[in-house]
Design a binder for this molecule. Structure first.
Ligand SMILES: Nc1ncnc2c1ncn2[C@@H]1O[C@H](COP(=O)(O)OP(=O)(O)OP(=O)(O)O)[C@@H](O)[C@H]1O
Ligand SMILES: [Mg+2]
Length: 279
């Protein structure tokens, strides 16, 4: 039997009397990539942050590689967190440190020899395509590059599980692409188990082995990307399907407008494809 890499059973979280998470079960096999989607406030961050106890669950069990995370003492959390990478929406780099120093910091803090930390940090920077920016300060980099440093910071620990909480949500649309590309490359090249919270539908459809839809603190639908939006049974699933359909329609309409023949002074202008062929 293959051991479950991550198992969550009956997870609940109350903030005061408010039930933010109302009984979530989730299993991830080693190497599996699962995406969580759902409307704002449905409890996605609370679930993902519970996994390394950034949020203290009210009830439920969490097992990472067989370790009962829910019952670990606070002093036992640091070694666990070194095995689980977390990428936040706000990357919170230290402004007076260079990219390399930001990535090295946690490693040195964890007691690694400086030389080893430097090597691991450089490897991680290379994985996000930013080794050449090692000596730059955060303010000298774009938001997308800063988030890629945030990703390198998590990768440097060579985590077995990566948790991503809306890593592109605070970026402007032009910068979102470069971060998603880096994430997609990591999914393809590393084989690391990943749990990703995102609203990026096409990205989710491309990378996920499984998609979970949440609403009001619960998982309401779950399935392979090809299945989940084909005949969604939930309101949230139908909303995502509407987004997919309307985006596809927009793309078709834009291509039609760009590629349709335009007339200028009675002469038919060449279309995009023809330009390339005749060049
Ligand atoms: N520290 C807190 N104290 C009180 N309520 C909280 C706290 N954190 C979250 N909540 C509430 O719990 C619910 C779930 O929050 P959570 O951040 O998990 O949602 P989310 O699905 O990640 O939303 P978003 O897409 O906006 O990030 C929300 O109603 C939120 O207001
Ligand atoms: Mg959130």
């Amino acid at each position: 039997m293959t051991k479950k890499h991550l198992e969550i059973k009956g997870l609940k979280k109350y903030y005061g009397s408010f039930p933010a998470v109302r009984g979530v079960d989730l299993e991830l096999a080693r190497g599996e990539v699962v995406v969580i989607m759902g409307p704002s406030g449905c409890g996605k961050s609370t679930v993902i942050r519970s996994i390394n106890r950034l949020v203290e669950p009210t009830a439920g069990e969490i097992y990472f590689d067989g370790i009962p995370v829910h019952s670990l003492k606070p002093e036992q959390l640091a070694p666990l967190r070194r095995r689980i990478g977390f990428v936040f929406q706000n990357f919170n780099l230290i402004q007076r440190l260079t990219a390399l120093e930001n990535v090295m910091l946690g490693l040195v803090y964890a007691g690694l020899d400086k030389k080893v930390a430097r090597r691991l940090a450089e490897e991680a920077l290379a994985k996000v395509g930013l080794l050449s920016a090692a000596d730059k300060l955060p303010r000298e980099m774009s938001g997308g590059q800063q988030q890629r440093i945030g990703i390198a910071r998590a990768l440097a620990f060579q985590p077995e599980l990566m948790l991503w909480d809306e890593p592109t949500a605070s970026l402007d649309p032009i910068l979102v692409r470069e971060v998603l590309d880096v994430m997609e490359e990591l999914v393809r090249s590393t084989g690391t188990t990943m749990l990703i919270v995102t609203h990026e539908v096409p990205f989710a459809l491309r990378v996920a082995d499984r998609i979970l839809l949440m609403a009001e603190g619960k998982v309401i639908e779950e399935g392979a990307p090809a299945e989940i939006f084909q005949a969604p049974t939930s309101e949230v699933g139908r909303k995502y399907l509407e987004i997919i359909n309307s985006e596809a329609k927009d793309v078709a309409e834009i291509s039609r407008r760009i590629l349709q023949p335009r007339r200028s002074e009675g002469k038919l202008l060449p279309q995009a494809g023809e330009c390339i062929e005749s060049a």
